[in-house]
Design a protein around this ligand. Structure first.
Ligand SMILES: Nc1ncnc2c1ncn2[C@@H]1O[C@H](COP(=O)(O)OP(=O)(O)OP(=O)(O)O)[C@@H](O)[C@H]1O
Ligand code: SF4
Ligand SMILES: [Mg+2]
Length: 339
């Protein structure tokens, strides 16, 4: 099933999603071995409405960054489509995108490697604008306004990345992503390399910029607390497949999929009693841990770790189906105990 339908506006008019991903498959490598290996992304679909933030969560290796790279044209999809405001951009080269797809930009996790140390901040910010055909003086004016919009002085454009802290560099990376006035931004773990207080500042900045500009975010993170802060909806990914999706409160507070239960009970929460209850729920389910367990090629990828698995789980891949209000890919979701 499709994870989210187009969003009817208050007037009843159906609005085009800002980002539309359908049946995305990404395989790395070539040759028979690669073809026989499970894809890194295996049939993922979701929409993001204008102004909405969708959190994409899952353990390391679940395929989150691969989805981001496929959207941005950094990794060729093996199948599926990506549309930005209805425009199919799936097969576009990076060169075509730099001229035509100013609507989609990215902020990466590492503020140290994502900025070229030998170029001034101004040079870095001006480059995408010049590629779009904007004149040098206007591009520099926009670059200055861009760094000011993320809380840095305008003269930061004359300095080099090495003169800034990690949090300041991540602000600059955000300014670079926003300088072309995109509508959709992929944020791939944008705060996980920062210390806690800097994380909070950068998250608040992202929320403010989103609300001021009506931006849509695909917000990739391990940390469910961070996802809850920024996102309206969440998609839970495991071995390249969507396990569960829905409003972020439902997914994080009342998960319907055994894997989401494992994720939520592993995520630290500030209230010790709640944390203890979650740990107890996880232990009651007898959940395995992340590891090298081989997933079934035909059935549910969570079989090797799932205490609820039965024969049907190994034989048939569970489709996403509504469990309560939440699309969930589990044959036995009704048996998952409440957190
Ligand atoms: N360039 C690559 N070549 C081959 N395999 C890759 C490549 N990049 C990622 N993979 C594999 O694809 C799968 C998904 O990786 P991906 O980086 O998308 O996961 P992730 O969810 O972003 O993980 P993390 O939370 O650690 O960033 C993993 O099995 C990974 O080993
Ligand atoms: S389909 Fe089966 S193995 Fe997969 S999560 Fe549900 S109960 Fe567990
Ligand atoms: Mg990643």
């Amino acid at each position: 099933m499709t994870v989210a339908a187009p969003h009817p506006a208050a007037s009843g008019v159906v609005t085009v999603p800002a980002l539309e991903v359908r049946d995305l498959v990404v395989r790395y490598g070539s040759g028979r071995k690669a073809r026989n290996a499970p894809p890194a992304v295996d049939g993922v679909s979701f929409d993001i409405a204008p102004g909405e933030t969708l959190g994409l969560v899952g353990e390391s290796g679940s395929g989150k960054s691969t989805i981001g790279k496929a959207l941005l044209g950094l990794q060729k999809p093996s199948a599926g489509t990506v549309r930005v405001h209805g425009q199919d951009i799936t097969g576009m080269s990076l060169k075509q995108r730099s001229r035509q797809v100013a609507d989609l930009r990215v902020v990466f996790q590492d503020p140290y490697s994502s900025l070229n140390p030998s170029r001034t901040i101004g040079q870095t910010l001006v480059e995408p604008l010049r590629l779009m055909g904007i004149g040098a003086a206007e591009a520099l004016r926009r670059a200055r306004a861009g760094v000011e919009s993320v809380g840095l002085p305008g003269d930061a454009v004359d300095r080099y990345p090495g003169q800034f802290s990690g949090g300041q560099r991540q602000r600059i990376a955000i300014a670079r992503a926003l300088v072309c006035e995109p509508k959709v931004v992929v944020l791939d773990e944008p705060v996980s390399a920062l210390d806690l207080s800097t994380q909070a500042q950068v998250l608040n900045l992202l929320a403010d910029l989103r609300d001021q500009r009506g931006l849509s975010f695909l917000f990739i993170a391990h940390d469910l607390g961070v996802v809850r802060f920024l996102s309206q909806r969440a998609v839970v990914l495991y071995r390249g497949q969507v396990m569960e999706t829905g409003p972020v409160e439902a997914v994080t507070q009342a998960p319907r999929h055994p894997y989401t239960v494992a994720l939520t009970s592993a995520a630290p929460v500030p209230r010790p009693a709640e944390q203890a209850a979650r740990r107890a729920a996880r232990e009651a389910l007898g959940m395995g841990t992340a590891g090298s367990a081989q997933a079934s090629a035909t059935g549910c990828p969570f079989v090797p770790r799932c205490p609820l698995s039965t024969d049907v789980c190994a034989e048939q891949r569970p489709p996403l189906r509504l469990v309560g209000d939440t699309p969930t890919a589990c044959h036995h979701a009704e048996r998952v105990p409440a957190l």
